[in-house]
Structures are given as structure tokens and as C-alpha cells.
Design a protein around this ligand. Sequence first.
Ligand code: 2BA
Length: 108
Amino acid sequence: MKLIIAVVQDKDSNKLLNILTEYNFRVTKLASSGGFLKSGNTTFMIGTEDIRVQKALDIIKENCQSRKQFVTPATPLGGNVDYTTFPVEVEVGGATVFVLPVDHFEQY
Ligand code: 2BA
């Protein structure tokens, strides 16, 4: 068994949840935030048999698109700002995915 952890953009999360459940994957959806943009994203935990991992990855890949986003670097709090900050463009990935082995699985 494997645990798939996938960080996706909020915009893709409902569609992805619907499709994964349509394909009978068991899914937990968590509200999360990215450390760099400090804005919301969604983390999926999907526990599944090894043989179904590739199907889950295919679904994630097909339903999560990467987007360009502008981020304005933070200005110092309280102090005088004597310089101008310009928005920087970053490409936020469709999905960041980790596949972990599951040693033990129980449901009570
Ligand atoms: P964030 O940390 O908010 O990062 C959003 C996007 O900002 C990243 O997209 C990347 O394009 C850019 N970025 C991140 N750190 C950067 C840095 N130090 N310098 C320049 N640009 C940077 P993605 O790489 O597609 O990541 C999307 C989200 O996936 C991340 O949101 C984070 O929540 C998660 N993530 C990505 N890699 C991860 C990792 N190795 N471990 C845990 N979470 C990860």
C-alpha cells in the first residue's frame, strides 16, 4: 500500500476530489498553505493499493494545471519603506506529489 500526498491549487481541488472519488479512491482533503506564497492550497492524502498508484497519478496530472502567479515581496513592518517592491512572477505547479510506502494500515 502507498500514501499519495498531493499539493494542488485550490482552483483544481473540487474537480480533482470529484474525479478521484468517481474512480473509487479514498481521499482526505486538507486545507493547507504554501510556505513561499503564503496563500492557500489544498493537500490530498490518498491511501491506495500499489497497483492503483499510477492511475491516481494520471488523474492528478490530467486535472491540475500550472498557472503563473504574481507575488509582491513582503515589505518590512513598521519601518520606512525607501524602496519600491515589484511583483515577481512565479509558475505554481499543477501538483507537487509525494508517494510514500505505508508500513501498516488499520481502520477501526
Ligand atoms: P509555495 O511554497 O507557496 O510555492 C509556490 C510557488 O512558488 C512554487 O510552485 C514555486 O514556483 C515558487 N517557489 C517556491 N519556493 C520558492 C523559492 N524559494 N524561490 C523561488 N520560487 C519559489 P511549486 O513548486 O509548484 O509548489 C507549489 C506548492 O507545493 C508550494 O507552495 C508548497 O505548498 C508545495 N510544495 C512544493 N514543493 C514542496 C516540497 N518539496 N515540500 C513540501 N511542499 C512543497
